[in-house]
Design a protein around this ligand. Structure first.
Ligand SMILES: CC(C)(COP(=O)(O)OP(=O)(O)OC[C@H]1O[C@@H](n2cnc3c(N)ncnc32)[C@H](O)[C@@H]1OP(=O)(O)O)[C@@H](O)C(=O)NCCC(=O)NCCSC(=O)c1cc(O)c2ccccc2c1O
Length: 147
């Protein structure tokens, strides 16, 4: 079999992208999440602090968990789609290093392990000054699609 032509490669990429084009969920939309980059190597998103604060005006730890789970899981889905699979989060942990009261945070997921049945990603949340607010580790189970 010869090397794929540029056209074939482009069409394969488009097809692959169709499989994993990130679709934000209801909660992501409510939190104001925006996707900036999506690839196996990394998924990057932003989220406003405003609207996601706890009672004392800090970025809610649960918001960091929720957005970290979403971004880390989408990173897993992109890898899973290369094997005709999808992904579901099975374990997540987070440490809140620094608080935020305003502005926008950036969420970046990078792979630690990309297996045939499990993936683990590190998700880092930073503030506008580039300071690390939160580190999450999420493991996803890769499953065959039902349909
Ligand atoms: C917990 C930390 C403050 C510990 O700081 P650490 O020892 O890790 O590092 P530093 O000493 O270098 O300080 C880093 C940074 O924090 C500032 N800081 C330190 N102490 C205080 C303090 N007592 N008050 C205010 N700020 C402090 C220090 O000045 C440094 O900032 P600089 O700008 O000067 O460099 C720190 O690890 C930290 O802040 N972690 C993040 C904590 C956080 O934001 N958690 C998530 C939100 S909490 C939450 O979700 C939550 C939800 C709810 O619904 C609640 C309901 C009811 C009660 C509580 C809730 C709640 O917590």
């Amino acid at each position: 079999m010869g090397a794929p032509s540029q056209k074939d490669a482009a069409s394969e990429h488009e097809h692959a992208h169709e499989l994993w084009k990130i679709t934000l969920g209801e909660l992501d939309e409510k939190m104001g999440v925006k996707i900036l980059e999506e690839s196996v190597e990394r998924v990057v998103a932003t989220m406003p602090v405003e609207g996601n604060r706890q009672s004392f005006g800090l970025l809610h730890g649960g918001a960091s968990l929720a957005v970290g789970e979403a971004v880390g899981s989408w990173a897993a889905v992109i890898h899973a789609s290369t094997m005709g699979k999808t992904a579901v989060g099975v374990d997540v942990s987070a440490t809140h290093h620094r608080s935020a009261r305003e502005g926008q945070v950036t969420i970046t997921a990078t792979p630690i392990h990309l297996g045939g049945t499990l993936t683990t990603h590190e998700v880092v949340i930073t503030n506008e000054a580039g300071q690390r607010l939160c580190t999450l580790r999420i493991t996803n189970l890769l499953m065959r699609r039902h349909k």
